[in-house]
Design a protein around this ligand. Structure first.
Ligand SMILES: Nc1ncnc2c1ncn2[C@@H]1O[C@H](COP(=O)(O)OP(=O)(O)OP(=O)(O)O)[C@@H](O)[C@H]1O
Ligand SMILES: N[C@@H](Cc1ccc(O)cc1)C(=O)O
Length: 511
């Protein structure tokens, strides 16, 4: 919670200064005063593997020599893994080779509109691509679209987005920034005080509301709108599609591409950002930015766009938030256990593709795993387990992964893992549950509770299984027929888990 409220205060506390025009010609000028202090979150080098190789130390050693001799290019890596759809210019390949001394690091940005409380698996691709740039020595910048979320991106949407109120936007912004910081910056190491600690590992998080809130309509029309051609704007897929639809398109949504376009120009000029990345549906908005930079700043070939393909399920549908069962990245909306389970059960057909796109495992190692999959004696779900571990660790950290593993083990039929509150919470949704008042649980006989909680239909059935040693309380076998519930049986004073045999479980919550 501390993280969320801290980043929230800072994200909204800037007093932006007025816009100044004309634009400065050089994006790399160091004399500019930023409109607002960006947040930089630093993590120590020891926890972040900045090499384009996996975190496995053996592998790193193995590749170390080769790595120095033949530094790898982030664009090649993305291409190899199925993470590259389009580039605005092939010249980006040349300037993005691994920068050990050779070329200066690039600043790369990806924007996220706070239209939901949490990011989802589709949005994770942007974070992963930012992380690949980071691992190859470049600087990632995450932009929260506090302003653009008020307008609504028509890209890939057949209907106008609903208007969000300010409270919702702020809540969403807090949630999304804390996720990005947790994943890319390491929340426990965030450096809230001295914003400009400019070391290699810092992750910058900005909010575009900071520059849009003071921008007057007349200034916008004069300094941005004048350079945008309506014909070009109408030709964007996001606009064409919508104009064909019955609902049409509002002027507000029509201007979205110029807001995102100007963001790129702003970041290019004030933050030295020269690359924008996004899903393939963002192509129109990204090129709006490179166009504005060319026309307004009169610089050619200095700003680049890169898109990645949308992540699809094997049935061809997109991972998003609108359909049910969204894979949320926030542990408040989807427990690390559930998140882990999702990847543990992906079909064999998807697992290799997902390992390439969603993990940082070496491509050679993935090829080797693929080979094992078709060998006789392959234990089903071995690759899924690896996938689930890697993705859960990246998104929820080592703690989140062990929480997921503990819950998985606790739910295994016949498990005897000792249960703590966190583990029980993690599995709660997967087990039927009931609520009973404290005094109907404490001092009750286990036989009575097994019936009142719905685990058994009758006391005689409960007694029979108890005698056979088939009844478990919090995953421990109960040996006495006369067992009564004691204070310490109620985990954290809130909950206990009853099991009949290896599979039937019921969670008793204190009402
Ligand atoms: N499945 C995906 N694969 C890759 N990128 C995605 C995916 N889903 C969303 N994105 C990226 O994240 C951006 C933000 O998506 P956003 O959250 O606005 O929409 P969504 O959740 O995809 O929409 P929907 O509400 O239709 O499910 C998209 O513009 C896209 O670039
Ligand atoms: N339009 C992007 C978010 C975004 C917002 C502002 C930007 O400058 C860049 C990207 C999306 O819908 O995901």
């Amino acid at each position: 919670m501390a993280t969320i409220s801290a980043s929230r205060t800072i994200l909204f506390s800037h007093s932006s200064k007025l816009f100044f025009f004309p634009f400065k010609p050089s994006p790399f000028s160091s004399s500019h005063i930023p409109f607002s202090l960006p947040l930089r979150f630093t993590r120590p080098t020891c926890t972040l593997n900045l090499s384009p190789y996996p975190s496995d130390p053996q592998h790193q050693q193995h590749h170390h020599h080769h790595h120095h001799q033949n530094p790898r290019n982030v664009i090649e890596i993305l291409e190899q893994r199925g993470l590259l759809e389009s580039l605005t210019s092939d010249a980006l390949r040349n300037i993005s080779s691994n920068n050990i001394g050779a070329t200066p690091p690039l600043k790369v940005y990806c924007g996220f509109d706070p239209t939901a409380e949490s990011l989802h698996l589709g949005n994770l691709l942007g974070i992963i691509v930012l992380s690949w740039f980071h691992r190859c020595g470049h600087r990632p910048v995450a932009l929260i679209g506090g302003a653009t979320a008020r307008v609504g991106d028509p890209s890939g949407k057949s209907l106008e987005r609903p208007q969000l109120d300010v409270d919702t936007l702020e809540k969403n912004t807090a949630g999304i920034s804390s996720t990005i910081i947790r994943i890319l910056g390491g929340a426990q190491n965030q450096n809230l005080g001295n914003g400009y600690a400019d070391d290699d590992n810092s992750v910058v998080v900005l909010n575009n509301y900071d520059w849009w809130k003071e921008f007057s309509l007349l200034d916008f029309l004069k300094n941005v709108g004048r350079y945008a051609r309506v014909g070009t704007m109408m030709a964007k897929e996001s606009v064409r599609k919508r104009l064909e639809s019955e609902q049409g398109m509002s002027f507000t949504e029509f201007t979205y591409q110029l807001l995102q376009g100007y963001d790129f120009l702003y970041l290019f000029q004030n933050e030295g950002v020269s690359v924008q990345i996004g899903g393939s549906d963002q192509w129109g908005n990204i090129t709006a930015g490179t166009d504005l930079i060319r026309k307004i700043l009169q610089v050619d070939g200095a700003a680049y766009g890169l898109t990645f393909p949308l992540l699809l399920k094997s049935d061809g549908t997109k991972f998003g938030k609108s359909e049910d069962g969204a894979i949320w990245l926030s542990p408040n909306l989807l427990s690390p256990y559930k998140f882990y389970q999702y990847f543990f059960s992906v079909p064999d057909d998807d697992v290799i593709r997902f390992l390439k796109i969603l993990t940082f495992l070496d491509i050679e190692e993935i090829a080797q795993l693929e080979g094992e999959m078709i060998k006789p004696g392959y234990v089903p779900n071995t690759l899924q387990r690896r996938l689930a571990e890697e993705v859960t660790r990246f998104v929820h950290g080592e703690d989140g992964l062990s929480e997921a593993l503990r819950a998985t083990e606790a739910l295994r039929p016949g498990s005897e893992t000792k249960l703590d509150w966190k583990t029980i919470e993690g599995i709660a949704e997967d087990v039927p549950s009931c609520s009973l008042p404290y005094d109907e649980v404490l001092n009750q006989s286990l036989v009575d509770l097994s019936v009142s909680s719905g685990l058994f239909d009758s006391k005689s059935a409960a007694r029979r299984l108890l005698k056979q040693g088939g009844v478990y309380l919090n995953n421990c076998r109960v040996n006495s027929e006369n067992k009564r519930i004691e204070v310490e049986d109620i985990v954290d004073g809130k909950v206990l888990l009853l099991s009949a045999g290896k599979k039937n479980k019921v969670l008793v919550r204190i009402a």
